[in-house]
Design a protein around this ligand. Structure first.
Ligand code: NOJ
Length: 570
């Protein structure tokens, strides 16, 4: 495999292992199932797989609660199964990224157990144990991302509290502690030596906390609730310099690091992707945008004008946010400032127009793949799966659901096991009842039917990923094309991308429209292409917008354009 900065233009497919394919019939996805279905991923045409956490874990937060960073969770298979997967992936040219969770461990991790049972100072120093600030009062006012206080009373008779930025079962590590720092060096090297090509770093901005753990005065500084004592400390960068050193000097070639970095400004984000730190950090700003041409254009423009050195990483979906079909099929709120937290796109909202959401999600894919930089796709998006909003309460497993007392649905709905076959039991995912129930209607999205259907979302993904290489890969720049206000259009190299966010068909003048449409078949009259609302098109060469009056149709006046803009707030 050519290892020269492969990540810069990569398409990476996120496998949520638990829900991908079950190979041993226990209702939970695993490595054997993944190996059996690997050709599905190669046929998608992606460059790499990002695997959600697969280390030993009691799974109270789906593996983001690690009990042993050096071991594979038996529910996913053995170490031999893992190695067989890495070999199989490499043999078909796929790189493998694992998910590292350094901010916290599981309360089942031997370090935390030792810290609780013995009360030994050295064991406790790897975590944040503190006395309360008063009777029944936690040490400070910090909040858990999952809701409620970031502190719980230790269950060891000490009357001290311990900190957890997420669930109470995920105690935060103290990264000032040398044991912690040194252990992760060993962890990185261990998996790199086994052939892993890189890591996605969970909560990369969280590892250090402000000295003295001071109370946070609140949100009046306009950072949207981002607690600057709890997150994004300057010393965190020393950790990434150390890790970049390990990644760059690996004897088999440079390994890759991509961070989940939720910080309130580009300036802060840039600090994580300096030449000697992480290679990449996700651009979540696009993911949190409503479906609106001005908002998308402005966000893309802002990111491209101020790019990280290794280029941007685009994504619209992952295991923490409601699926795009559902998000874009709901009321689009245009007048809210960008949220700065990871659960922003996983909040309960109103009814869903699945047809509209599907058309928009398909258009969004073409938009994403035509951008310069890397693209991360989340499993199931290629099937056009909607979020499963009506899971039975008893089936929900996400701590966000339980800690919010059901006020937030949480993230189970985007983690429902994939439908492989319309006719098989459990839609071919498993021979036993899956860990999360699949809705009856899931068969309509089955992969086997979609493979054979030229109009399916899966076919769109396959052909778009393949065409991206020839159409857009070469040119790092992007030139905006003049377009009506509800349309986003740019040229990159020899090709153009046009997305119609509005409610009216737009007419394009082009001499070579590539046969890729998101919502409906492209209607073409000589040089003029009719791009329907929520349609997207890739074309070779530049496209122009045709005056609709010249074609017997109303011209888009500024007033009418404003009207269209408002009507996207359905
Ligand atoms: C971010 C991960 O993506 C999410 O799934 C997890 O719950 C939190 N970090 C805590 O590890």
């Amino acid at each position: 495999m050519d290892s020269h900065r492969w990540w810069r233009e990569a398409v990476v497919y996120q496998v949520y292992l638990r829900s991908f394919a079950d190979g041993d019939g226990d209702g939970i996805g695993d490595f054997r199932g993944l190996i059996r279905r690997l050709s599905y991923i190669t046929e998608l045409g992606v460059d790499a797989i990002w695997l959600s956490p697969c280390f030993r874990s009691p799974q109270r937060d789906s593996g983001y609660d690690v009990a042993d960073f050096m071991a594979i969770d038996p529910v996913y298979g053995t170490m031999a199964d893992f190695e067989a997967f890495v070999d199989a992936a490499h043999s078909v040219g796929l790189r493998v990224l694992l998910d590292l969770v350094p901010n916290h461990v599981s309360s089942d991790h031997e370090w935390f157990r030792a810290a609780l049972s013995g009360g030994d100072a050295q064991a406790r120093a790897r975590f944040f144990f503190r006395p309360g600030s008063g009777p029944g009062e936690p040490p400070n006012n910090w909040q858990s991302v999952f809701g409620g206080s970031a502190w719980s009373v230790a269950d060891d008779g000490s009357a001290e509290w311990y900190m957890h930025s997420f669930d109470a079962s995920q105690p935060d590590l103290d990264w000032n502690n040398a044991d912690v720092l040194e252990h992760f060096d060993v962890v990185l090297r261990h998996w790199f030596d086994l052939g892993v090509d890189g890591f996605r770093i969970d909560v990369a901005h969280g590892l250090l906390k402000a000295d003295g753990l001071p109370d946070w005065p609140g949100t009046e500084d306009g950072t949207g609730g981002h607690n600057r004592a709890q997150w994004d400390q300057p010393a965190v960068h020393d950790v990434y310099r150390r890790w970049r050193g390990i990644a760059s000097s690996h004897p088999t070639g440079e390994k890759y690091l991509v961070g989940e970095v939720w910080v309130p400004s580009r300036d802060r984000m840039h600090r994580y992707v300096r030449a000697d730190e992480l290679h990449h950090a996700f651009e979540f700003d696009l993911l949190v945008q409503p479906w609106s041409a001005p908002r998308f254009r402005e966000t893309i423009d802002r990111i491209l004008r101020d790019q990280p050195p290794e280029g941007p990483v685009w994504t619209l979906s992952n295991h923490d946010v409601h699926r795009t079909v559902t998000r874009y099929g709901q009321t689009q709120v245009l007048d809210r400032p960008d949220p700065t937290d990871m659960l922003a796109a996983a909040r309960r909202r109103g009814p869903v127009d699945v047809e509209l959401g599907t058309a928009r999600a398909r258009a969004a894919l073409l938009l994403l793949l035509a951008l310069p930089g890397a693209v991360y796709l989340y499993q199931g998006e290629e099937l056009g799966l909607p979020e499963v909003l009506d899971l039975p309460d008893s089936a929900r497993t996400d701590p966000v659901w339980s800690r919010s007392g059901g006020a937030q649905l949480g993230r189970d709905g985007c983690r429902v096991p994939l439908p492989w076959s319309r006719t098989q039991r459990y839609f071919g995912f498993s021979t036993m009842e899956p860990w999360l129930p699949q809705p009856d209607g899931f068969g309509a999205f089955a992969a086997d039917d979609q493979i054979a259907d030229p109009g399916s979302t899966l076919t769109l993904y396959r052909s778009a990923i393949a065409s991206r290489r020839s159409l857009f890969r070469s040119d790092p720049g992007l030139e905006w094309l003049p377009s009506p206000p509800n349309v986003v259009a740019w040229r990159r190299g020899d090709s153009s991308c046009v997305v119609n966010f509005g409610t009216k068909t737009v007419l394009l003048d082009t001499d070579d429209a590539a046969p890729l449409a998101s919502a409906a078949a492209i209607e073409r009259h000589d040089r003029v292409v009719h791009l329907v609302p929520q349609g997207a098109l890739w074309a070779r060469g530049e496209v122009g917008f045709v005056d609709r009056r010249a074609h017997g149709s109303r011209q888009t006046t500024p007033d009418a354009a404003r009207e269209e803009l408002q009507s996207t707030a359905i």
